[in-house]
Design a protein around this ligand. Sequence first.
Ligand code: CO
Length: 178
Amino acid sequence: MTTSDKPELSLVLYPDPVLRRKTPTVTVFDGKLRSLAEAMFEIMAAERGIGLAAPQVGRSVRLLVAAFEEEGVPPTALVNPKVVSSSGSVVMTEGCLSFPGIFAELRRAESIRVEAQDLNGEKISIEADGLYARVLLHEMDHLDGRLFIDLFSHAQRIRTRPALRELEKAWERRKKGV
Ligand code: CO
């Protein structure tokens, strides 16, 4: 693959409607899928993220990437991932590249097992806990059009309302091209 094959993609911010679309199952494992994953790894690294889902670069594709090597997680691309078991429950602070500046403490499962396919369509199974489980759960939600703000408590909604409103206004301005 050459650099010129790489799609020109950029980070999509809330409230772009692509973030609310449920992604269809991937059935074709080709160079286009691999190019998309590669572009996503680059954008994630540039934005200093540890996880990114395809809708966040404007593509409604059932693909996520994650990487945080300091935690022992090498760059990983998961296609059609699903949680097959989970246990425990833990509260952690969460953010999202599509919601710059917004963070909230959220409760999610502590340990999960995920079945997915790699970029060649081979079946893979991943055990994740702690931050890795958190990232995968957050990114898998993106693939179903669910966003972390959907998990906010009433108090978290009130606290983040002004920042969300700013993102909405910025999106309206971009849409109008001003
Ligand atoms: Co996110």
